[in-house]
Design a protein around this ligand. Sequence first.
Ligand code: HEM
Ligand SMILES: N[C@@H](CC(=O)c1ccccc1NC=O)C(=O)O
Length: 279
Amino acid sequence: MTSSDYDPTSEGAETDFSRRMSYGDYLALDAILGAQHPLSEAHDEMLFIIQHQTTELWMRLAIHELSAARRAIAKDEVQPAMKMLARMSRIFEQLNNAWDVLRTMTPSEYTRFRSQLGQSSGFQSRQYRLNEYLLGNRNHAMLKPHAHDVETTRLLEAELATPSLYDEVLRLADRHGLTMPAAVLARDVRETHSFSEGVLQAWRIVYEAPETHWMLYELAEKLVDFEDYFRRWRFNHVTTVERVIGFKRGTGGTGGVSYLKRMLEVELFPELWRVRTIL
Ligand code: HEM
Ligand SMILES: N[C@@H](CC(=O)c1ccccc1NC=O)C(=O)O
């Protein structure tokens, strides 16, 4: 230490953590930073692992926020839900920006370790699937890659049995001055909601007179905002994939880019997109 180095203990900074909880203890850093195990000598494998692990951490937060937002909406606590949905958009903005780091990996670099991945793929991400199910994209075929894992299957099945975020929003709207179709309110929540003319007409009333339905108007726009960011995530994914593996088949066994392009067609809140056309 040179004489010009500032010593924070002079203003009381604690430095003895032999018997106190430290930064690393609280954040379980030994577990997190001890969880990168590249299977090859390829320099870029570390990037690949960390990119996925950080995404999984953000997805963990997304599930936390989405489930709490859904519970709040079911209890008519719209203001806290609004904050959580705003945070959801910021999380996905963060994930969207993160693709820029992964894009620095060229096809030549990826092929040095791709064979080590075996048949594993993001297709098998349980948190990703939980997010999709929470948001209402409830494709049961996506349970199959988890059939070997009893705990994950139980978790995803439990999610399918619970109304999605959008189901709760439509129920809330029905309690607050709009009339949603009875068939939609009583639908089998295990399935994906499909476009309903009655729901569209209900949202039309809100969008034609925002000042009289301000709460529902703001909530609807929060959902649209979020789906906008999520669409960008899907687009960034497929573009990065095409850039890195071209039109090769995926390790998970799908057509690769062709499969991911199909996923760009998913609409979580179809009536909120359609209402724009009829205003
Ligand atoms: C070089 C990087 C990447 C490549 C080449 C790639 C490739 C693919 C391919 C080809 C699929 C289709 C399934 C298959 O047949 O394998 C897929 C699915 C998926 N990937 Fe990636 N991926 C990359 C990065 C990422 C990252 C960083 C994440 C973030 C966790 C991710 C998450 C997912 C998810 C969640 C799916 C399933 C999507 C769905 O079912 O809608 N991927 N990926
Ligand atoms: N499906 C990718 C492999 C892949 O991306 C991947 C493999 C293991 C763990 C996470 C992955 N990321 C997203 O799919 C491929 O076909 O190259």
